[in-house]
Design a protein around this ligand. Structure first.
Ligand code: PEP
Ligand code: MG
Length: 315
């Protein structure tokens, strides 16, 4: 089967009745950022900074980091770019911050937790992000991966503020963070739901194991309920909640996420056109009805079926 060409995207993203939904790109390096800009992405919803440094034994120096971040920011002048601090560990070991041996690396010292062992690495990275943002006069939002507690969110926001980075948020990819989204978003300025890890941790199913694919499915109603809880916390605190996991690239699931209250979707650039087309054909009230049906379903299969049946545009 030949791969189908990506549908072109001309933003901005919105529902049929004009409710705005920012459609953003996931990028991992300057080349990816340029490709995302060429695809018309409204900004970057997830810059995976660890992808710039995966092969390194040593921490990259300040100048090198500033250079890499500047190139990504330069691709989106005046646009929102969400820079995630290093998400090292589990499937992405970085020798300068992760431990060589852990029995359960997905449950170990990964993401923001590496700052317990090497706080200076986070501090250097925030300094580099701040310098890059200033040099490019960019609209930088900074976020931490694998936040699990209110205290972690509070400490991260404070660390960002010490570097003059005043839009600081958290990824919601651990169920505890979804359930505590209200108090977390009383401290953090935004949340971005990482549905890949949120699904892995909610379902206790390794995201890399193909044999568990039916569990590693973001249509699982339990996962959708965690998204709903996160959006409720965001609404309580009047803070934006986005999604940057693979779920955002599934057009039918994007409708559900918008119906639950998500205000931005970040994805691989080639998915932008298809997601935009479905949103443009669906008004917000319909997104909300379909979201309700998906959350109330008893299986991922039922959730997917009820939503797809309600979206003639996908037929
Ligand atoms: C996620 O977990 O959904 C996410 C976006 O982060 P990553 O895939 O880099 O772990
Ligand atoms: Mg993740």
């Amino acid at each position: 089967r030949r791969p189908t060409a990506a549908r072109a995207f001309t933003g901005p993203g919105r529902t049929a009745d004009g409710h705005p939904v920012q459609l953003l790109a996931n990028v991992g390096d300057p080349a990816g950022a340029q490709a995302a800009a060429a695809a018309g992405a409204e900004g970057v919803g997830l810059f995976r900074t660890e992808f710039c440094f995966l092969d390194r034994a040593e921490e990259p120096g300040l100048e090198e980091q500033v250079g890499a971040y500047r190139q990504v920011l330069a691709a989106f002048p005046g646009r929102k770019v969400v820079v995630r601090t290093l998400d090292a560990g589990a499937d992405k070991p970085l020798p300068f911050v992760t431990a060589a041996e852990e029995a359960n690396p997905a449950l170990g010292v990964r993401g923001l937790r590496t700052a317990r062992r090497a706080p200076e690495v986070l501090d250097h990275q925030l300094r580099a992000i701040a310098a890059a943002a200033e040099a490019e006069r960019a609209e930088v939002w900074v976020m931490a991966p694998m936040v699990a507690t209110v205290a972690e969110a509070e400490d991260f926001v404070a660390a960002c503020a010490r570097h003059g980075l005043d839009t600081a948020g958290v990824m919601v990819e651990v169920p505890s963070a979804a359930l505590l989204a209200g108090p977390i978003l009383a401290r953090a300025h935004f949340a971005s739901i990482g549905t890949n890890d949120l699904t892995q941790y909610a379902m206790a199913a390794d995201r890399l194991l193909g044999s568990l694919a039916e569990l590693s499915d973001s249509w699982q109603p339990a996962v959708l309920r965690l998204v709903e809880a996160t959006c409720r916390g965001g609404a309580q605190q009047d803070r934006p909640v986005g999604v940057c996991g693979e779920a955002a690239a599934d057009p039918a699931l994007a409708v559900v996420l918008v119906g639950l209250g998500v205000s931005s979707l970040s994805m691989t650039p080639r998915a932008l056109g298809d997601v935009a087309a479905v949103l443009e054909a669906t008004d917000l009230a319909r997104c909300q009805e379909l979201a309700r049906a998906a959350v109330d379903a008893e299986s991922a299969q039922d959730a997917r079926a009820v939503v797809r049946a309600g979206l003639p545009v996908l037929a």
